[in-house]
Design a protein around this ligand. Structure first.
Ligand code: TRP
Length: 554
């Protein structure tokens, strides 16, 4: 995708110096003259229209270039796979998530076992979500499963109240609850996930962050990012500081075990986040990245991973919209609705007649049923088979639609089954501020510590079991590990030290005794018979707050 693989795009100039609203969409659609250029901001998105009035596809490379984001390239995906042991999600492989800011720094942290968290959100504008809305959440859930990290989900009922006409505070809160139940149905692990409505949650440390951040944001920066003017209501002008403050770890003291009644903690502020979002949310986070280091307790720049928009049923250049029921498949649609919508509204890349189609073949690139299959079918070989068959004319439009209907019906039905199980009690559990529990990278790379050949202090607190620790125990053991130089023999740290100093491969079969033999050391007592890998995992704490500071702002 990107021409220059691992090259990072330079950070754009501070937003104060340019008006995104004025410049973001200017002249980015290439040389061919088009009557209307594409427009992308957090509240409205429209594709370019050519001189003949045809709607064109979104030009994502152009927006990435204009906003100086980095395109996701194969080198980044390869590194991801190497570090996590997971094949990149099909939405990464197929470019639906196409752009990022400093995702590589999050991979660095993962590699070293340093803490970070995930942050995403949704503006609850209606009761039911459509398939397009589920994409960032399904992707975020996958990231959470892979990285095993805490996740916060912000429901911006306040934003929707401020930016949408004809909606009351009460409506927005109700939509937030309903959307939260939809989001929970995506399968997030409750122990690692905190979902909140702005109206209900913002206060305490979050409010302190939001007010402190707003003091750093002059109106011209906000206006530059969003195109506000003198008649914009001031609620809208102040809102961005909330969507930004949500990216600070200190906005959630309970997650990390900090005292919500005390002051925000510097070490917590140093924990960065990764924000999966659609590209239209980027202007918010440019404000964040431009200013987060200026907070009293500075935060590292948040990393971002951006998606394209899901194509509307009507075809390329359209975006699924909650206010146009014919543009989207809703998660509350019946099987019949799904069938009708795809048959009736889905834009086809097929030919006018069957004879022509058989002779010349169809165009899978604009065929909406095929596009939807590329979103939801994981099997790369099957996707290629369909593409080839359609292109050659062997597969007909009706057949592609039938295939798509079946896959979409299954997706929606599976969702609805899970949605029925989400009770008000479950909703409450996810939305209650509480301590979260997670594991992080089970096998982080530690810089090789020098081996001291004399017997070191025995640590009474060494953890040699692989029982998942509570966050409290985790941070204790972590600060302990971070502050102790490795020494031999020293209980919990021993396997890490040996592994770091021997090149022989360590497998799940390798025992401590074997490793010790390789190093020609004395017996290490009760550890000797244990398989090494679980010990290694538990001996290398991975989300220490002390480590956060190391890797954070210093
Ligand atoms: N503004 C977003 C919307 O209207 C909601 C949101 C808040 C969000 N924080 C986010 C989306 C972080 C993605 C990532 O949908």
């Amino acid at each position: 995708m990107a021409e220059e693989p691992s090259k990072q795009a330079a950070e754009p100039p501070a937003v104060a110096n340019l008006s995104l609203a004025e410049t973001a969409n200017a002249g980015i659609v290439g040389d061919k003259t088009k009557a209307v250029e594409q427009h992308i901001d957090p509240w409205s998105v429209s594709a370019a229209v050519d001189e003949q009035g045809n709607t064109l596809s979104f030009d994502y490379e152009a927006i990435s270039k204009k906003w100086s984001t980095s395109l996701i390239d194969q080198a980044l995906l390869d590194r991801f796979e190497r570090l996590t042991g997971h094949k990149p999600h099909r939405w990464l492989r197929r470019g639906l998530f196409f752009s990022h800011r400093e995702f590589n720094l999050i991979l660095d942290r993962y590699e070293k076992g340093q803490p970070f968290f995930l942050y995403t959100g949704r503006g609850p504008s209606s009761g039911s979500m459509h398939i397009g809305h589920t994409i960032p959440f399904a992707f975020t859930k996958w990231l959470q499963d892979v990285f095993d990290v805490p996740l916060v989900i912000m429901l911006t009922d306040d934003e929707k109240f401020l930016f949408k006409e004809n909606i009351t505070v009460e409506d927005a809160k109700k939509f937030a609850d309903e959307n939260a139940m939809d989001i929970i149905s995506m399968g997030f692990d409750q122990k690692k996930t905190f979902i909140y409505s702005d109206f209900r949650y913002i206060g305490g440390h979050f409010y302190e962050n939001s007010v402190e951040f707003s003091k750093l944001l002059p109106f011209n920066q906000v206006r530059g990012a969003f195109g506000f003017d003198n008649s914009t209501n001031t609620g809208r002008i102040d809102f961005p500081s909330k969507q930004c403050a949500a990216a600070f770890a200190t906005s959630y003291p309970h997650i990390w075990g900090d005292d919500p009644d005390g002051n925000r903690q510097k070490k917590t502020a140093a924990i960065p986040c990764l924000i999966p979002c659609a590209i239209d949310q980027d202007p918010y986070f440019r404000l964040l990245r431009d200013n987060s280091h200026r907070m009293k307790n500075p935060s590292p720049k948040a990393a971002l991973i951006h998606s394209k928009f899901l194509t509307a049923l009507q075809g390329p250049g359209g975006k699924m919209s909650a206010s146009d029921p014919t543009s989207a498949i809703f998660m509350s649609d019946s099987k019949k609705d799904v069938q009708k919508k795809i048959n009736k509204f889905a834009f086809s890349g097929g030919r006018a007649t069957m004879e022509e189609h058989r002779q010349f073949g169809g165009n899978p690139d604009v065929d909406v049923p095929f596009q939807y299959l590329t979103y939801f079918l994981d099997d790369d070989a099957e996707i290629e088979r369909l593409r080839t068959a359609y292109k050659s004319g062997e597969m007909l439009t009706g057949e592609m639609k039938q295939y798509c209907i079946k896959v979409m019906q299954d997706y929606v039905e599976d969702f609805q089954t899970k949605r029925k199980q989400v009770t008000p009690q479950i909703l409450k559990e996810y939305m209650t501020p509480r301590r979260l529990q997670w594991g992080g990278n089970p096998n982080p790379v530690k810089p090789a510590a020098p081996i001291q050949a004399q017997s070191g202090k025995k640590s009474s607190k060494s953890k040699t079991s692989s029982t998942p620790a509570t966050p409290a125990a985790q941070s204790e053991s972590q600060s302990e590990a971070a502050s102790q130089p490795a020494s031999l023999p020293s209980g919990g740290n021993l396997p890490a030290v040996i592994a770091a100093s021997t090149n022989a491969p360590v497998t799940s079969e390798t025992t401590m005794a074997e490793l010790v033999q390789r190093l020609d050391l004395d017996s290490v007592g009760s550890l000797a018979a244990q398989p090494v890998l679980p010990v290694l995992a538990s001996a290398q704490p991975n989300h220490s707050l002390a480590a956060a500071q190391d890797g954070g702002t210093k």
